[in-house]
Design a protein around this ligand. Structure first.
Ligand code: SAH
Length: 223
């Protein structure tokens, strides 16, 4: 039993090594991001039935009609945040908690907001098991951010919204970055927005993607 368990862990570590190689071939350059992907056991955040797919570059269902993004998308978004290690980060859409675990390895603190209580609970349990003690999970509407903890150096939105939520822009520190998918339901542009001054924001499109809906006051209404 013990030896088959350690063989499985070795198998997962090898699969992560292959995944990291693939991500680097596909253009992910940030060594810290690649190291975090290598060290974070993505399978632990997935339902056991999907462990065999944990290190393929595909999205995976996590229950409640939600999906965890493909590792390539997660790595691209994480790289776009240009994290050095000292940042206070807000994540909107905790989902499985995998992205929050990566952010925990790359930044100082992470506040992650999830609207579905059971997902938040599961993510919180696994994050605490993995020792991610600088991540806080909160249940609520992440389109409203967390005014009590603002400003944030980085904001990562991991569900697709119709437009940039104003509360998030106002909770971004000057010089800070927000990354997230915005546009139509079912197809969005991945935006990277920098707050250059109190009232000055610059934005660039860094890709196209398809995320589950961002549902909330400054997002879509539930259907
Ligand atoms: N970052 C996640 C991916 C989650 S999928 C991970 O690593 O697994 C997107 C998540 O956003 C879903 O769990 C969905 O319930 C959540 N979500 C959608 N709208 C939200 C909102 N307004 N506030 C907080 N979470 C939201």
């Amino acid at each position: 039993m013990e030896s088959s368990r350690s063989a499985a862990l070795e198998e997962f570590a090898l699969a992560r090594e292959r995944l990291v190689r693939r991500l680097s071939e596909r253009g992910v350059r940030d060594e810290r991001v690649l190291k975090a992907v290598y060290e974070t056991p993505r399978h632990r955040f997935l339902p056991e039935a999907f462990w065999g797919q944990a290190y393929k570059d595909t999205p995976v269902p996590i229950g409640e009609g939600q999906t965890i993004s493909a590792p390539g998308v997660v790595a691209t978004m994480t790289e776009a945040l240009s994290l050095a290690g000292h940042e206070q980060v807000l994540e909107v859409g905790t989902g499985s908690g995998y992205q929050a675990a990566l952010l925990h390895s790359l930044a100082a603190t992470v506040l992650s907001i999830e609207r579905i209580p059971v997902l938040a609970e599961q993510a919180e349990a696994i994050l605490s098991e993995m020792g991610c003690d600088r991540v806080k999970v909160r249940v609520g509407d992440g389109t409203q951010g967390a005014a009590d903890c603002a400003p944030f150096d980085r904001i990562l939105v991991t569900a697709g919204g119709p437009e940039l939520p104003l509360p998030l822009l106002s909770q971004l520190a000057i010089g800070g970055l927000l990354v997230g998918p915005f546009g139509r339901r079912g197809e969005q542009e991945l935006l990277r927005v920098q707050r250059a001054g109190a009232q000055r924001f610059t934005r660039e499109v860094i890709g196209r993607c398809r995320f589950v809906d961002l549902i909330g006051e400054a997002g879509w209404s539930a259907r």
